[in-house]
Design a protein around this ligand. Sequence first.
Ligand code: ZN
Ligand code: ZN
Ligand code: ZN
Length: 137
Amino acid sequence: MKKAADILIDKDLRKTPCRVFVLGEFIRKGNKGISETELENRSKGKFDRVTIYRTLKTFMDADILHKVIDDDNLVKYALCKECEDDHHSHEHVHFKCTSCNTTSCLDEISIVSVDLPKGYKKIEANYLIIGTCPECK
Ligand SMILES: [Zn+2]
Ligand SMILES: [Zn+2]
Ligand SMILES: [Zn+2]
């Protein structure tokens, strides 16, 4: 796994304390999603909400993170792994564990394509499976 500083260099992003902190948290969590509030709590007041929000937005624009929509509409973010500069895909399954409340990216699970009725055009698909994870079973 790459270090936070290397990813920032790769993406031509300036190294700021908040960026390094946020990226570090995502690297530590691996394939698990983190919400803005969790990041705020983890930073223990070192960075304010606005700075964290802007950092997340920068990372989304730079294809470092993608959004994970939870069942209760809580937005979490997770590291992009499969994304290349020319091929950006987040259509993998997300798994929400009801016991430990974590949401993980299951990148290895491919998604079946759905045939939409005439006139409907897909922009994005979110697949969320709810259950218990291996750590909680
Ligand atoms: Zn991505
Ligand atoms: Zn769990
Ligand atoms: Zn994901």
